[in-house]
Design a protein around this ligand. Structure first.
Ligand code: GCB
Length: 607
């Protein structure tokens, strides 16, 4: 599906937005093949006419909302529908329905008419409805979502049928990754209007020069509209609503003297995360209608040397965490309380950077990163490319599409400094080399202004086929946990040669994108023992001592696995989820959170 949105739905004097969030009707297709909904055409009427429905919140994962195990662990198609009114005043405008994310495969109908389908979760899709919907009247939207993962989906998984001494039609959804397979419409659904001639995309790239004391910023824009007969005006508006530069044309540039750069909050004492707005006005020469779109952006550059990352030409050391979208009850559902709380915790910890492991996060989270000055490494949904069979053309096509959609969605965000193509692909396979070269090339062509990387589980350059491609090395290491479990004294002996080996081989900055230990809240042991709070703390301290030396050489960042505990599927070796969080799933600190806060706050205060 090429019909993916490029702009966030924003109100303006020419645009309206209406949320369709709330309780929708919901029905899981429990038939053996999960095809009853399609066979019986559930989209041809209101869902409640097809059989029993239950109320289901949107946005939310559906898994933890009911008391039913069969729904929590469901694999297959679920159906949602929602009634809504289109005001008469919207007639004559373009009306779009936008789903910010549905995991993983979605089909959408309005008033029984098929609109659009979209593969892959975590990324938005949309469709125009003004020619089908009824104005001044009730309409209904039907969305079917399938969370089945196979070797050629992204992320991949496999449906394993079990025969013999098993219940009839028994199968297991095996996953190539370690987080619970939450599903459903997990982000917002909205209607928005635009005039018939409209701004369809805005792209902003910035640069600046320093003239001894003050900086002069240059903003380059590219505006896309759906008509060529338009007049385009552009204004750069500062945070106090002053217009500080103007220009014309679908492509152009303007300079802003005494520009306020966008800085991560950890790099400046005051004035971090300064955002401007590019106000774009498009006038249709034929009908004289106008569309106005305001695109937030910041002036900042991203570069690297062979040992460091540079933001605005100054070294940036990432002291951060890897996160998940994972919350009690709502699963991966967008929840503004959790968004706000997580940023408050990130700031409390002194985190200046996080990776969106292992998929693109909600745009509302990304907005906070922009506005609060927290740097982001923006990851695609490509986790679990483990087997040869995961490197076929279908996966490659999807992966390239994921990068198109992700870059398109997040390209104007100052917080994003790097694209992460994948998490722990099997880069020991020779097939991964040409595969990742293509994904890298496309991403770099789409956005030459940022770094491109992936999180590697292979720390041996001699067996690797893909790490040489990327701009910055990211590596996940588990010394003292998966290796030499219980022997924390091995960490200072293992980490320097491992990271140093990567640096020597690739001559690029190295970041640790994961390290950590399982920790059961409230389990205390002295001396420390695996799974205790003391063990997590001791492990982190061992790493920190090493990092402090390597920082002076080539280490560009450290990210703890994980910010908070999160759910994974049921396994014998995981006690109700991954418990490597510094915080519990309910966002209460474990002992190590205080250790990390002390370290990161010291780093911030040294700035
Ligand atoms: C990893 C994965 C991450 C897991 C983590 C763990 O290497 O990237 O998704 O959750 O290890 O806890 O094992």
């Amino acid at each position: 599906c090429d019909y993916f949105p490029t702009l966030y739905p924003r109100e303006s004097e020419t645009r309206e937005v209406k949320e369709l969030n709330g309780l929708w009707n919901f029905r899981a297709d429990m038939s053996v093949n999960r095809t009853q909904g399609f066979d019986d055409k559930w989209y041809m009427s209101r869902l409640e006419k097809t059989g029993p429905v239950i109320p289901m919140p949107v946005p939310s994962s559906y898994n933890d909302v009911t008391q039913e195990k069969s729904l929590r662990d469901f694999t297959g198609w679920v159906w949602y529908d929602k009634e809504f009114f289109l005001p008469l005043s919207w007639k004559g405008q373009r009306v779009v329905v936008r789903v910010d994310s549905a995991r993983y495969y979605a089909k959408m109908w309005i008033n029984s008419v098929f609109l659009v389908e979209h593969e892959m979760g975590h990324l938005p899709f949309e469709a125009e409805i003004q020619d089908i919907a009824k104005f001044g009247s009730v309409n209904y939207l039907t969305v079917a979502v399938d969370n089945t993962l196979t070797p050629t989906t992204l992320p991949p998984g496999e449906i394993v049928y079990k025969h013999g001494n098993y219940p009839p039609h028994f199968f297991i959804q095996s996953l190539n990754f370690g987080f619970f397979n939450y599903a459903g419409i997990d982000r917002q659904v909205r209607l928005y209007t635009t005039p018939l001639v409209y701004v369809s995309d805005v792209r902003v790239v910035t640069d600046f020069t320093n003239n001894g004391g003050s900086d002069t910023g240059t903003v380059y824009w590219t505006i896309t509209t759906n008509s060529e007969k338009v007049k385009v005006q552009v204004e750069v508006v500062d945070a106090d609503s002053n217009t500080v530069a103007m220009g014309e044309g679908i492509q152009g540039q303007a300079t802003v003297s005494n520009v306020k750069l966008w800085w991560p909050y950890s790099m400046v004492k005051t004035g971090a995360a300064y955002m401007y707005v590019l106000k774009v006005t498009v006038k249709d020469s034929t009908s004289a209608s106008t569309d106005i779109y305001r695109q937030p952006f910041g002036f900042r550059t991203v570069n690297k040397t062979n040992t460091q990352l540079l933001i605005n030409n100054k070294p940036f050391y990432c002291h951060g965490v890897a996160k998940h979208e994972d919350y009690d009850l709502r699963g991966k559902g967008l929840d503004m309380v959790s968004v706000a709380k997580d940023f408050n915790i990130l700031k409390w910890l002194g985190v200046n950077c996080f990776r969106t492991s292992h998929y693109p996060y909600a745009e509302e989270i990304m907005d906070q990163a922009d506005q609060q000055g927290v740097v982001v490494i923006d990851e695609s949904p490509a986790i679990g490319l483990i087997y040869e069979g995961n490197y076929g053309n279908k996966t490659l096509t999807l992966h390239l599409q994921a990068m198109r959609e992700l870059v398109s969605r997040d390209k104007n965000r100052p917080a994003v400094i790097a694209w992460s193509l994948a998490n722990e692909p099997n880069s020991r396979l020779s097939i991964s080399g040409p595969y990742f070269q293509q994904v890298y090339n496309l991403t770099k062509a789409l956005d030459p202004s940022r770094l491109v990387t992936f999180a590697s589980s292979n720390s041996n350059p001699l067996t690797d086929h893909a790490m040489n491609i990327v701009d910055v090395i990211m590596v996940n290491i588990y010394f003292g946990w998966y290796q030499d479990t219980g022997y924390l004294q091995t960490i200072p002996y293992q980490v320097p040669p491992t990271l140093g080996g990567l640096f020597k081989h690739y001559n690029k900055p190295v970041m640790v994108s994961e390290y950590g230990a399982e920790t059961l809240t409230g389990l205390h042991t002295s001396p420390s023992f695996t799974f205790s709070e003391e063990y997590q703390k001791d492990l982190l301290i061992q790493y920190h001592q090493v990092y402090d030396t390597l920082r002076k050489e080539y280490l560009a960042g450290e990210m703890i696995w994980n910010f908070a505990d999160f759910l994974i599927d049921q396994k014998t070796n995981w006690a109700y989820g991954c418990n490597k969080g510094l915080f519990t799933r309910h966002r209460q600190p474990k002992m190590a959170a205080f250790t990390v806060r002390e370290r990161y706050m010291k780093m911030i205060n040294e700035t």
